[in-house]
Design a protein around this ligand. Structure first.
Ligand code: 9MR
Length: 389
């Protein structure tokens, strides 16, 4: 074998790291991750994809840490399902985003239909948050403390918390969470806030309200439940996210999926690829956007078809764990490879030079500081020397 052939081959080896989480980290993000749930525990192909290949460095429980799962009856706490996801993250060495503490959905009737005074509901809210956050203390990179508090027109939703406590319930929730686990990043999480408008402005108002009251809030999550062809542009998403980071919080894409009207066509899959790439690139281009989470990676477990009948195929892999064009759209956003390529083997120059230049890294670390990349380069060198000798 000629030396130049050996060197060419050796450059392919680090592309083992060019899977989604590895590529996200190399580009300067903290993680690429996915929502998951225990319904998939017996699915060997899914579990292999979840933990293998360096695709997912972070997981979020879809349901098992929500109020109805954790405290279905007054003072009856059931952590079994949530613990299973926390244990999975630990086993797979994945970051855990914990989701969520206060939301008007998946809230048991004893809370939503209770006859509360401000004092009694405050006590219930504090007890729920303190007990749950304490239980998972040290395990959650972040908590979605309050989820979807806003209507589309930017006013507060009329749930039991707002009706009894006004917007103070948000302050009470963040204060309780901060006291129970000071190290966890505390997030406000919502949808329809991914682009400038009244709802995004109102979400910025929540950040300001907490900051003005000296209450800890660390981040804002943009869910990103988009439709094919309806994803805001990179510039729109970056401008929007920067309005939040300017307030002193980090941001993340927390529930990305991009649905289409069925049956799917090649054209829609191609547009979906562009849309995923757009959103991943927007996070990468935003200083202090820490990561991207998809709301499951495999169409088999998507919430979309049952909620929006006639639509689906919203995830980056098919129901039999085959990578769709959208997978490669995300990968290309992180590696800086050509938008029309579907290769899993981006070249070294693109990984080391192009991708980091896309992002003003909050950590200031260059791609060459990353352990995975260094290991990859060492492997390449050893491989090249072996072939040549
Ligand atoms: O994925 C969740 C699904 O299994 C539940 O049935 C649904 C109930 O509303 O919640 C889904 O997750 C939601 C998340 O917690 C908050 N943002 C919207 C998500 C999709 O509905």
């Amino acid at each position: 074998m000629q030396i130049n052939q050996a060197l060419k081959l050796s450059f392919l080896l680090p592309s083992v790291y060019a899977q989604l989480h590895g590529a996200a980290k190399t580009a300067g993000l903290l993680y690429f991750g996915t929502e998951t749930e225990s319904v998939s525990f017996g699915d060997a192909a899914y579990q292999a994809a979840l933990k293998g290949n360096d695709d997912f460095g972070q997981i979020t429980p879809g349901n098992s840490m929500k109020w109805d799962a954790i405290q279905p009856a007054p003072n009856t706490f059931t952590f079994t399902a949530g613990d299973a996801i926390a244990d999975l993250a630990a086993t797979n060495n994945q970051l855990l985003r914990c989701h969520n503490l206060v939301w008007h959905e998946q809230l048991p009737d004893w809370v939503s239909g209770g006859n509360w005074t401000a004092a009694s509901l405050t006590q219930v809210l504090q007890n729920h948050i303190t007990t749950e956050v304490t239980h998972y203390k040290g395990k959650c990179y972040a908590w979605d403390v309050v989820n979807e508090a806003l209507n589309d027109n930017g006013t507060f939703g009329n749930d039991v918390f707002f009706n009894v406590l006004g917007s103070d319930y948000i302050k009470i929730a963040f204060q309780a969470a901060a006291a129970a686990d000071p190290a966890a990043k505390l997030y406000y999480n919502d949808f329809g806030t991914e682009f400038p408008g009244v709802k995004s402005t109102a979400a910025q108002g929540i950040v300001k309200m907490l900051k003005d009251a000296n209450i800890k809030i660390d981040g804002v999550g943009f869910q990103g439940h988009f439709t094919v062809g309806g994803t805001p542009s990179v510039a729109t998403q970056v401008t929007n996210m920067e309005a939040f980071t300017a307030l002193g919080v980090e941001v993340a894409i927390t529930e990305l999926d991009i649905r289409m009207t069925l049956p799917q066509t090649d054209a829609m899959l191609a547009q979906q690829k562009t849309d995923y790439q757009t959103t991943a690139a927007a996070c990468l281009a935003t200083k202090n956007c820490v990561g991207v989470t998809v709301w499951d990676f495999d169409d088999k477990y998507s919430w979309v078809p049952s909620t929006f009948p006639g639509t689906g195929s919203a995830d980056i892999m098919t129901a039999n764990v085959t990578k769709k064009p959208a997978y490669f759209g995300v990968l290309q956003a992180f590696t800086g490879t050509a938008a029309n390529s579907t290769t899993t083997m981006p070249s070294m120059p693109n990984m080391t030079v192009t991708a980091p230049s896309l992002r003003a890294s909050s950590s200031g670390a260059s791609a060459l500081d990353k352990p995975g990349m260094i290991l990859g380069m060492l492997l390449s060198l050893i491989f090249a020397m072996f072939i040549v000798s």
